[in-house]
Design a protein around this ligand. Structure first.
Ligand code: UDP
Length: 340
């Protein structure tokens, strides 16, 4: 008797860095979409408890070729979402080789393992830091890539490897250039637990919950409407939804790759973030003006028209109050438990 072959419409997805902030949200969203998820994380900055229980969890390094190749084969991985890496810009200036190792060299190993294992689709966490050159206008993907720090360069080098490897070896990829990712899972299942985070919204909700005394406003004399820095904050759940829609796209149009900005195309100042935190918490937020942070720029806002035109994506939380409320909720509840 002939046994009908089971066709798995959706092969498993390997999520590197799935115990980290964005990776853990991606793992949840993939599971919500009915995907099988394998999380690979070395737990250097991630938290085991952040990995959804139903995901397969493997503790290890993306550059451990034997481990990665074995798990690709064992679980029938068809796609990789690659979040693992180091993310602190200032640290990348002080210790560039760490960034070229973690973000570039180890990504090269992962890409090689993906090729060896026949993985067809690859989605990479890139960054607006690849642009480097500040702009008063929203930047689109044709804006020059001249990273101003090793973090941006380390990510751009991985984009370049993916471009060239995809051209040579017949897989496709998406590189999403994240603008400022913030917020937490609206259902409270995940959030940002990073220790000593330097991001504005995370720092602000830590002040609101008494974990820090006061928020430093890094400069109020920038050439922006209220003098404080302007960024394009995207809700983490909208961001991971974009990854899933992009994966759907890569699976259908297998010859095409995409490099896409991920933001809402809307600038928000530090003072607007502070006002939103005060609305969410119902009390004034202690803050003080401090000198500009080295390497900071006045404004960075995405033109993300290409993202909307490429994938089936309708942002659900393109609202600063929602982003801040979710971040604050996480900080008050589960964040406190994870931080121990
Ligand atoms: N910022 C601030 N205080 C903080 C953290 C950030 O005033 O404690 C400002 C920073 O100068 C920038 C904006 O908030 O204008 C976003 O900074 P973040 O570090 O979150 O992101 P990035 O600078 O990488 O865009």
């Amino acid at each position: 008797m002939q046994v009908a072959e089971t066709v798995d419409e959706h092969p498993a997805v390997l999520v590197t860095g799935g115990a980290g902030y964005i990776g853990s949200h991606a793992a949840l969203a993939l599971l919500d979409a009915g995907r099988r998820v394998i999380v690979l994380d070395n737990l250097v900055t991630g938290f085991r408890r952040a990995v959804p229980e139903v995901a397969v969890f493997v503790e290890g390094d993306i550059a451990d070729d034997a481990l990665v190749r074995a798990l690709l084969a064992e679980h029938g991985v068809g796609a990789i979402m690659h979040f693992a890496g180091s993310v602190v810009v200032a640290e990348s200036v002080e210790n560039p080789l760490k960034y070229y190792d973690n973000n570039t060299a180890r990504s090269r190993s992962l890409i090689a393992s993906a090729l060896a294992g026949g993985v067809r689709h690859f989605i990479f966490s890139s960054t607006a830091a690849v642009y480097g050159v500040p702009s008063d206008e929203p930047v689109d993907e044709s804006w020059p890539t001249r990273p101003a720090n090793p973090y941006g360069t380390s990510k751009l080098m991985t984009e370049t490897m993916l471009r060239d490897a995809a051209a040579a070896h017949g897989f496709n990829y998406g590189a999403l250039r994240y603008f400022n990712v913030a917020g937490a899972d609206p259902a409270g299942r995940a959030g940002q637990s990073t220790q000593g985070a330097t991001n504005l919204i995370k720092a602000a909700v830590e002040v609101a919950t008494g974990k820090r005394d006061s928020l430093a406003i890094f400069g109020d004399d920038w050439p922006t409407p209220d003098g404080t820095g302007v960024r394009d904050y995207i809700h983490v759940s909208d961001l991971v939804a974009a990854h899933i829609a992009l994966l759907d796209r890569l699976e259908v149009e297998t010859a095409t790759s995409h490099v896409l900005n991920s933001g809402y195309g809307r600038g928000v100042s530090v003072r607007e973030v502070i006002a939103a935190v005060e609305r969410a918490s119902g009390k004034p937020l202690p803050c003080h003006v401090a000198p500009r942070r080295p390497g900071d720029i006045a404004q960075m806002v995405a033109n993300s028209d290409a993202l909307g035109a490429t994938i089936d994506w309708r942002p659900r939380f393109a609202d600063l109050d929602a982003i801040v409320a979710h971040a604050l909720h996480w900080e008050r509840t589960i964040g406190a438990q994870l931080a121990d």
